[in-house]
Design a protein around this ligand. Structure first.
Ligand SMILES: [Zn+2]
Ligand SMILES: [Zn+2]
Length: 420
């Protein structure tokens, strides 16, 4: 191969090809989401993957890591800055406002599935293109909406097979009470020796002090142990709101823990914020997260309507759940003579029309190599078409487990699968 051709067949850094059986796990998770979300009255919103860079800068926040370092942005042919979506909420909000969805319905429940893009250094479990399931409730400020969304999320995660789940919960207050808290955080950060924090936190303490709660650096975490807790500062309305959410979770038997350090990396969150952590396979990892973003639509120039949503990363789930066991198939049609080729293919298609899964080999081969193929496909029955079967309009059905075989009239082939 020439050097040029070698280059063409190299995928772009940080992107991946997902083949079966791995892709089947993705499909299974997406199907479970569609099924469960629709029970809760959610409809699918199919969004563009590309938006104006400005949208993300405005909604996610100029000072966030995503906007500062991780956006997959480029200029189009007319020099406009476009960005492959790093998350879904901004696009959902944009579409909701632009199409005036709020005019037709008081509360909108929408979900999206698909790829997201972040220009990070690729590492294990973190690619530049990754996949998310997102759900948003727009137009309701009621704590019941928060609770319903959380119940749907936990139902989904349990349904797909995650067991050791922990729901971390916090309230970030509202536009009334949060400024008071931020002042307290400011005072705290000034009183602590700033030099004791990592350079990122020193920067954050100027631009968005809440972010210091997020820092993963050990000495920052140690410093933040004495920091003010948002739950001591939230106003009465926020307190009541949070209480209803907690009560509903209690009554539904969903376990949670209050985590006052949970601030999330995006600017638009207020009141209820959450993260679901899985302790399957020993280590702790966040599989989903989200929160309420009551000011976002207005900030983007839309109506002053509230919203809440979550994002759930598929790569993490696939990692935790492992790949699907290969399902195998019902039959393999083995063609032993050239005159059986067409008959074999048509027989396979007829059985598929009846709802069975199966394979044909396309080529004429010896019985031995056909049986090897049937095994490779994990077929339960091998349907053999040789000279005799062609002459008698029959098919020889071999049970791949027991080795038993019997001949059946070809038009009765479906009866072979009775009791399967
Ligand atoms: Zn408040
Ligand atoms: Zn830090």
């Amino acid at each position: 191969m020439t050097a040029k051709a070698m280059e063409i067949i190299h995928k772009v850094k940080g992107f991946s090809d997902i083949f079966p059986p791995r892709s089947e796990t993705y499909t299974r998770l997406e199907e479970a989401a569609r099924q469960i979300f629709s029970r809760y009255g959610f409809g699918e919103l199919r969004l563009p993957l590309l938006e104006k860079t400005e949208l993300f800068a405005r909604s996610i926040g100029d000072e966030t890591d995503i906007v500062q370092k991780e956006m997959y942005s480029f200029q189009d042919r007319k020099g406009r800055s476009l960005t492959l979506r790093p998350e879904a909420t901004a696009g959902v909000a944009r579409a909701y406002i632009e199409n005036k969805i709020y005019a037709g319905q008081e509360v909108s429940k929408l979900y999206t599935l698909g790829p997201m893009f972040r220009y990070e250094r690729p590492q294990k479990g973190r690619q530049r293109q990754f996949h998310q399931i997102n759900a948003e409730i727009l137009g309701s400020a009621a704590p019941e909406a928060d609770a319903e969304l959380l119940l749907m999320l936990t139902s989904f995660l349990k349904n797909i097979g995650l067991k050791a789940l922990v729901l971390d919960l916090n309230s970030l207050g509202c536009s009334k009470c949060r400024p008071v808290f931020i002042e307290a955080v400011d005072a705290f950060l000034r009183s602590e020796e700033r030099a004791g924090f990592c350079p990122d936190c020193q920067q954050r303490s100027q631009t968005n002090p809440l972010r210091t709660y997020d820092c993963k650096v050990d000495r920052c975490r140690e410093n933040m142990k004495g920091a003010p807790r948002i739950t001591d500062y939230i106003c009465l309305d926020c307190r009541d709101h949070f209480q209803v959410v907690k009560d509903l979770l209690d009554r539904s038997g969903v376990e949670y823990r209050i985590n006052p350090n949970l601030v999330r990396g995006l600017d638009y969150y207020q009141r209820t914020t959450f993260e679901v952590i899985s302790r399957d396979i020993g280590s702790q990892s966040a599989v989903a997260g989200g929160g309420r973003y009551d000011g976002l639509l207005k900030d983007l120039g839309g109506p002053d309507l509230p919203g809440i949503g979550f994002a759930c990363g598929l790569e993490r789930l696939v990692m935790l759940l492992g790949e699907n066991e290969p399902a195998g198939c019902d039959f393999f049609v083995a063609v032993l003579v050239p005159e059986a080729k067409e008959t074999g293919l048509l027989l396979a298609c007829e059985l598929r029309e009846q709802g069975l899964c199966g394979e044909t080999g396309f080529e004429v081969k010896s019985l031995k190599s056909q049986l090897r193929l049937a095994n490779k496909h994990l077929a339960r029955k091998c349907l053999i078409l040789g000279q005799e079967e062609m002459a008698g309009s029959t098919v020889l059905a071999k049970d791949m487990q027991t080795g038993e075989q019997h001949e059946v009239a070809r038009e009765k082939a479906l009866s072979i699968f009775d009791g399967l």
